[in-house]
Design a protein around this ligand. Structure first.
Ligand code: B12
Ligand code: SF4
Length: 447
């Protein structure tokens, strides 16, 4: 059978991201079938129409990575765009349309019905191969764990089978990312074992870590480098949620001779003192800390796996190792008040040599503790449509008041960014990428 996988994600904020999820979906499909990937960052609808005509796929897989941009003050929503695409695909193809992806997994029933697709796969996309086999043999795909159809749902289970990434060195869309910052991406494990109250990642990827062998991660890093990558981003929910594995991966990079810089998300937990210097030795350049608050009570409320002091220690260790360090803040959760925001802002004054990204307003996702809190507090009901982003409203302070406190304190400081920097920030990054700068580039804001 011919299978076409489409990445419709054309968002350029903070920069365009390589559709790594589809490499895994493609890697799961038996070589009996022919799989092609269409990335709408490089293909126009006209090109796609020709492809549909010439290739005539029996199944189209649509990756729904982003539902919205999770920025309360500058909200963008993508579901209508996907819906229009599905209607358009129906007008030019008779293929079965199957959705999947991290955004899809967060609200599968709602997205499936909004898009009018035939099936959806909740969680890891590797079970797409099972769906393909079922379609080939005339079995009902809706009986497969994790597959949903407009009429039924099978509960997902984490994928413990083999995951194979089919990275195509010569794929035409690679050039797009190589010309825009040279960034490709890499996964070293799935799952997050932490329990932060607002976070859907453990549902998307599972709570149990599934580790990829360090040597295999390094091998893939070399392949990316061989394809021209100048930088790679590790897409793990938190790269250091298994400290030993992250150290083993870093060591494997060194042994394999990986020579390009890389970055990833880290939790500012307690590390062995030499942790960041070992990481730096293996090429780590950018540490993106998911700090979220520097108020002791808010960190406890969020169930973060660290305390205020740990943030400062981890930050200093990263700086001492010569790394670029940024911190993400998430303000406006349960119990947030002028006092907790001020406590965070006071502590932030003591974080030197860094960039601070402030996300004000926390999006409520189903199956999180924040969802249950909002429900108990009567802020949402079980009928609230969460597909349209709904942000938690703290009792003691509104979003605008937090924004005022933050902007009064940080003024025009160049190293303080509200949200991901919006289209202006993305335009600056894009201009610098055009001039040959590589990587995420926020280090130029460090003060
Ligand atoms: C790493 C990451 C980033 C990095 C990416 C860096 C890079 N160079 O790639 C950065 C920090 C830049 C980033 C930015 C943003 N991100 Co982000 N990001 C992630 C994260 C942690 C991992 C994504 C990833 O690559 N995973 C690894 C791959 C292998 O997994 P995958 O894509 O999910 O694919 C698997 C399955 O989903 C499935 N699958 C995927 N496609 C398909 C298709 C089919 C047909 C099928 C069957 C299955 C399937 O199979 C794959 C293998 O199992 C996720 C959270 C998470 N843990 O998933 C958020 C996440 C995807 N991001 C999200 C968002 C919102 C954003 C931003 C909009 C935030 C912002 N305002 O800046 C931007 C958008 C950037 C863009 N241009 O699109 C949201 C999306 C949900 C939503 N609310 O819309 C997520 C889910 C986080 C969240 N809040 O819950 N992100
Ligand atoms: S550590 Fe990060 S990915 Fe893990 S649950 Fe907390 S916020 Fe989510």
């Amino acid at each position: 059978m011919n299978i076409l996988l489409i990445s419709p994600n054309t968002l350029v904020v903070p920069y365009p991201v390589y559709p790594i999820g589809l490499d895994y979906v493609a890697g799961s499909v038996s070589s009996r079938h022919e799989v092609r990937i269409a990335d709408l960052n490089v293909l126009s609808l006209e090109n796609l129409k020709e492809m549909l005509h010439d290739f005539s796929p029996a199944i189209i897989g649509l990756s729904c990575r982003n539902i919205d941009n999770t920025e309360a003050g500058d909200s963008l929503h993508f579901i209508d765009q996907y819906k229009t695409l599905v209607s358009w695909l129906r007008s030019c193809s008779k293929a079965l349309i199957v959705c999947g992806g991290s955004g899809f997994t967060i609200m599968p029933e709602q997205i499936l019905s909004a898009l009018g697709a035939d099936y959806g796969i909740v969680g890891e996309g590797e079970r797409f191969s099972l769906l393909v086999n079922a379609v080939e043999k005339g079995f009902d795909p809706a009986r497969i764990a994790g597959v949903i159809s407009p009429t039924g749902k099978q509960a997902p289970e984490p994928w413990y089978g083999e995951s194979v990434r089919l990275f195509q060195k010569d794929a035409s869309y690679n050039r797009f990312y190589l010309d825009r910052g040279g960034m490709l991406n890499l996964q070293s494990k799935r799952g997050c074992s932490f329990n932060c109250i607002y976070c859907p990642y453990p549902y998307i990827e599972g709570r149990k870590h599934r580790l990829i062998e360090p040597e295999k991660v390094a091998q893939m890093a070399l392949e990316l480098e061989g394809a021209g990558a100048k930088y790679f981003f590790i897409t793990d929910s938190a790269f250091n949620s298994d400290i030993d594995h992250s150290l083993a991966v870093a060591k494997a990079f060194t042994v394999a001779g990986v020579s390009i810089p890389w970055g990833g998300f880290f939790a500012p937990v307690r590390h062995p003192a030499s942790y960041f210097s070992k990481m730096a030795d293996s090429g780590l350049a950018h540490v993106e800390f998911g700090t979220e608050s520097l108020s002791a009570s808010m960190l406890r409320t969020y169930h973060k796996p660290f305390a205020v002091g740990d943030v400062f220690t981890a930050h200093q260790q990263a700086i001492d190792a010569g790394l670029h360090a940024a911190h993400y803040f998430l303000m406006g959760g349960p119990g947030e008040s002028a006092a907790t925001v001020t406590e965070s802002l006071d502590n932030i004054e003591n974080l030197r040599k860094t960039v601070l990204f402030f996300f004000i307003g926390i999006r409520i996702y189903p199956r999180t503790a924040l969802y249950s809190i909002a429900l108990d507090e009567g802020k949402i009901t079980t009928d609230t449509n969460l597909l349209e982003p709904v942000f938690y409203q703290a009792d003691n302070i509104g979003r605008e008041a937090i924004e005022d406190l933050v902007s009064t304190r940080v003024g025009n400081r160049i190293n303080c960014v509200v949200g991901s920097g919006g289209s202006m920030g993305a335009a600056t990054v894009s201009r610098m990428h055009d001039r040959g700068y590589t990587g995420p580039l926020w280090e130029y804001l460090i003060r």
